[in-house]
Write a protein that binds this ligand. Structure first.
Ligand code: DAH
Length: 349
């Protein structure tokens, strides 16, 4: 490449580099590269010596012109940079317009959440919360609750017994099949008046299905004092049901049987799906009613087992299934969803 072509190339390159310079230090560096005593233009003057004499004045002029062009371009770029807003961010600068990092927050499991909602209602109605062991003895799970030896719930098909060696002084050990044994544990330790609920896990060897699972949750309720009546039971449960399912929900008591209550009742609510009309409703199967819990007046035999004076005290008890409550309230059609841990399901709560 002859000198004149080199000057052209250098001019293009220099102008481009200068216009891309983003700070004064870079411009300073370019100025040194091109214009200093050891710079590129100096080199061109050196090459002039090799040119034929008649080309020398022309070459000198061209190099001087390029020098001027570069100087002017650098001055111009200095002005542009000085006028432009700070390109380097001040220390500690925080750009609030940047999109944020999404924080993935967890949520409460629907069963836990429902348990909290249910408990909160009873706490407002004056109940305390108590807990009992998940591994129980036959005495607490059955005997003290007046459940006779030949009752089907005592059968190995209906209860998880721990291995035969696990015998305590109150009978064989088992996974509790309901939260009712905690009634006995509380009354053994506390004198009336008492008003408690007991949330917790219960276990039954059922084959999993849409409405059955070997582990689920219950909330037990117990209120004992002088003059506690069936009317109190109805009052508490109707307040609770309207609070949890909505004020338009109706309630009915059906006579029933539990060994640990007398009289006993099963409590239904008007169907939360069809509103009680039963009209082609798959949830209540046309009945208009849904069973939600068992309840009754504490049996004198249970009071005897805990040395309460059954002439002086009366009480009511009830037991409800937490998963069933959640399924009805949130229209969940399969109890197994609670333990399958699909995020698509859990994230809805
Ligand atoms: N323990 C009963 C069950 O698991 C439910 C129950 C019914 C509890 C009546 C009660 C009650 O306290 O009074 O099926």
């Amino acid at each position: 490449m002859n000198l004149f072509d080199q000057l052209d190339t250098t001019e293009n390159q220099a102008l481009e580099e200068i216009s891309r310079a983003t700070g004064p230090e870079i411009l300073q560096q370019l100025e040194t590269n091109y214009l200093s005593r050891k710079g590129i233009l100096r080199g061109f003057f050196g090459q002039m010596a090799a040119l034929p004499d008649e080309q020398k004045p022309q070459a000198g002029e061209a190099i001087n012109r390029l020098k001027k062009v570069i100087e002017e371009k650098i001055t111009e770029q200095r002005k542009i940079l000085a006028a432009a807003p700070q390109t380097r961010l001040p220390e500690g600068f925080f750009d609030i317009s940047l999109p944020g990092f999404e924080k993935v927050t967890g949520s409460f499991h629907p069963v836990y959440r429902t348990m909290q909602e249910l408990s909160a209602i009873f706490v407002r109605l004056g109940f305390n919360i108590a807990y009992g062991p998940e591994i129980e003895t036959e005495f607490y799970n059955f005997t003290a609750l007046n459940i006779p030896l030949d009752h089907p719930s005592r059968d190995a098909f209906d209860t998880f017994y721990l291995s035969d060696s696990s015998v305590s002084n109150t009978g064989r050990l088992l996974l509790r099949s309901h939260t009712s044994p905690v009634q006995v544990r509380i009354m053994e330790k506390t004198k009336p008046p008492l008003q408690v609920i007991v949330p917790g896990k219960v276990f039954r060897p059922d084959t999993p299905g849409p409405s059955r699972f070997p582990m689920f949750h219950q909330i037990e309720g117990l209120m004992v004092d002088e003059n506690v009546s069936f009317a109190n039971l109805k009052g508490i449960l109707s307040l609770f049901i309207r609070e949890f399912f909505g004020s338009e929900t109706r309630m009915r008591f059906r006579p029933s049987f539990f060994p640990f209550t007398e009289p006993s009742a099963e409590v239904d609510i008007s169907c939360v799906i069809c509103g009680g009309t039963g009209d082609r409703c798959p949830v209540c199967r046309g009945e208009g009613w849904l069973e939600i819990l068992g309840a009754g007046m504490v049996h004198p035999k249970v009071f005897e087992a805990v040395n309460y004076d059954s002439e002086k005290y009366t009480g009511f008890a009830f037991g409800l299934g937490v998963e069933r409550m959640a399924m009805l309230k949130y229209s969940i059609n399969d109890i197994r969803l609670f333990t399958e841990n699909h995020l698509k399901f859990l994230e809805q709560f």
